[in-house]
Design a protein around this ligand. Structure first.
Ligand SMILES: *Cc1c(COP(=O)(O)O)cnc(C)c1O
Length: 329
């Protein structure tokens, strides 16, 4: 099986984890974990050069994002997020009965900053955006921030480590900016369920108020310790990222040679359509060969497939199959 459908990292996390597991005092598991997950939030604060009060940790970024929707989005004005974006945003908005509007991405899938200048109850977008893989520059994010001083703006940086610019430097300037990150993609730890938010201490305080009214013990003990430990192995992390980016650049060249059309990816996936072969036909042919990619049955993107960048070997399997299939087609 070649699993290229959920944007997981094909490489294992740092081997430091094994060592910590061997030395961990497992007897501690009888106790509740630290509800503040201080070992982890302190380590993240040091890693990003922030204060511990600027970090909130949760059970994957889905948990952090859902908590942020619940905490910050309760205006009668609609929140704004792109028409093509992470599929969970409308789900949470519906669940929490938050009104929303979805400005249309430009034809080339860019986010248009001026679409986010009107009256609204908050803004959220991923940078780079998912599933398009397109990144925005800091200046465009700054434009959105400058037009939105009285609502919370969330930048979901799930894929930022693969080559986009982080909004982190803007935290000093904007007290209404919340950046959300995850360990599931670049950090190779989707199975641990760790996500976090970075922002002004007041925003982080409000997130904690809501969390403590809901479920205090979110992160489990191994997640807290292992999440802090992997931050110490920057060399391994950078090497993993380098391998994925290198493979991505190779796959992009191969896919273009095979007639696929797409914008350059700033992530660990490629969002592409084929110039003649229908997306669903490719999707089913790949699935028959146990190569799994993602298709979205949604307006404007029905002809696209989202393909995670796996190991070089996995991507060679994909490309070899596509060569054969498209040749015979
Ligand atoms: C994967 C993903 C998430 C969720 O990540 P978890 O930390 O695994 O919950 C959030 N936002 C975007 C855009 C993602 O792609």
């Amino acid at each position: 099986m070649v699993k290229l459908n959920t944007n997981e990292n094909p490489y294992p996390p740092s081997p430091r984890i094994l060592e910590l597991c061997r030395n961990m005092d497992w007897g501690q598991l009888r106790l509740y974990p630290d509800p503040a997950a201080k070992v982890l939030t302190d380590a993240l604060a040091a890693y990003h050069g922030l204060l511990p009060e600027q970090v909130f940790a949760g059970v994957g970024s889905d948990d952090v994002l859902a908590m942020a929707f619940l905490t910050f989005f309760h205006s009668s004005a609609p929140i704004l997020f792109p028409d093509i974006t992470y599929s969970f945003y409308p789900v949470w908005a519906d669940l929490f009965q938050i009104p929303y509007e979805r400005p249309r991405l430009a034809e080339d899938f860019s986010i248009v900053p001026s679409d986010y200048f009107g009256v609204n109850g908050g803004i959220i977008f991923p940078n780079p955006n998912a599933p398009t893989g397109c990144a925005m520059g800091l200046e465009q994010i700054r434009e959105i921030m400058d037009h939105n001083r009285d609502v919370v703006v969330i930048v979901d940086e799930a894929y930022v480590d693969f080559g986009a610019v982080s909004a982190l430097p803007l935290l000093k300037e904007y007290d209404n900016l919340l950046i959300v990150r995850t360990y599931s993609k670049s950090r190779s730890m989707a199975g641990m369920r760790i996500g976090y938010a970075l922002g002004n201490p007041r925003l982080i305080g409000y997130l904690n108020d809501v969390k403590y009214s809901f479920n205090s013990y979110t992160l489990n003990l191994p997640s807290i310790y292992l999440g802090a430990e992997v931050l110490k192995d920057e060399t391994y992390f950078q090497e993993t990222l380098r391998k994925i980016v290198e493979t991505r650049e190779w796959v992009q060249r191969e896919l273009r040679a095979l007639g696929f059309i797409f914008r350059d990816s700033s992530t660990n996936f490629i969002f592409a359509r084929h110039r003649s072969c229908p997306a669903l036909k490719l999707f089913h042919a790949l699935r028959k060969k146990h190569i799994y990619v993602r298709h979205f049955d949604q307006d404007r993107i029905r002809e696209y497939l989202r393909i995670t960048v796996g190991t070089r070997e996995e991507m060679e399997t994909l490309i070899d199959f596509l060569k054969q299939f498209l040749d015979a087609d």
